[in-house]
Design a protein around this ligand. Sequence first.
Ligand SMILES: *Cc1c(COP(=O)(O)O)cnc(C)c1O
Length: 379
Amino acid sequence: MKFNTKTIHGGQEHDPAYASVMPPIYQTSTYAQSTPGGHKGYEYSRTHNPTRHALERALASIENGNYGLAFGSGLAAIDAVIKLLSSGDEVISTNDLYGGTYRLFTTIFEKFGIKFHFVGMESADNMETYINENTKLIWIETPTNPMMNVIDIKAAAKIAKAHNLMLAVDNTFATSYLQQPLDLGADIVMHSVTKYLGGHSDLVMGALVVNDKALAEKLYFIQNASGAVCGPQDSFLALRGIKTLHVRMQRHCENGRAVAEYLVKHPKIEKVYWPGLEDHPNHDIAKSQMKDFGGMVSFVTKGNSYEDAIRIVEKLKVFTLAESLGGVESLAGHPASMTHASIPKEEREKTGVVDSLIRLSVGIEDVEDLIADLKQAIG
Ligand SMILES: *Cc1c(COP(=O)(O)O)cnc(C)c1O
């Protein structure tokens, strides 16, 4: 089955009760048993729920994986991965990381004796310097948030295999439409379903997809034992979102390109970060591992003024000033004061998150309206 068919049919079957085409929202916490242990495969909804199951099968299908797991948020999914580790273990992670992931690693898990190394991974070889006998996991995000750095997944997988480490890839920005990390050698794919997979800014959810049965069983155990699951209503919405992922992503990519090309030519713009631009430092890797370049575009204004950036994001009308990304509507954000405020200024500036950086989640509106909006706001 090819990708566009998978988003609609992958892992899906009509509901056994009445052959409903969409799975019912099984809004129940528990299931009747005829005799103790005599049930129809479902006992308690933290452990299993048929609507969540339908979503988990769809997630596995679009990532070309065998097992999908859905969680109450993207961070809950990441939390489950780190709980595979024990005190004393070490993780090598990208230094240009979603702020919430950085906060989870440094303020929660470091307390439990897990050590994180934040490393620039523009060249995959940088990772090797940090590998020792305690290293268990490589955690990458590509493209990264908000600098749009692209990490070579195949090269990272090669290093992980050579040292017997797990490789986890946060695939939130690219989505399964643009890249499939498991096919490139990753062990775990993670999504904030909140973003493109849900696609309509109406839910918060996370997901993991893996191929290995033993790894899946460990993660299912953590999912049930820690309990950060999503409810049936949100599972239904995410499933519905996934069915249009491919058409939405096509438009996000087209509009992303048009906006990036407009900004590149703008006299007041210093730099545009979008992996589809020829002069993007990792353009060739992006071309080799992604189908297209996505709808996330970041830029810096000339003079790098904090006030200019604030003025621009306040003046935007079609773009909404808001956290998050990946919905049908265009959003703008100011990472230094919003998504990345939890990263110390010195740390964030090292990775390029300067005061005038603006991040756009280019939506699927008419691109002429988006460009006109940028024009009036930038001036
Ligand atoms: C939003 C986001 C997360 C966290 O997901 P939540 O659903 O907000 O918990 C993780 N990684 C990336 C790249 C994100 O954009």
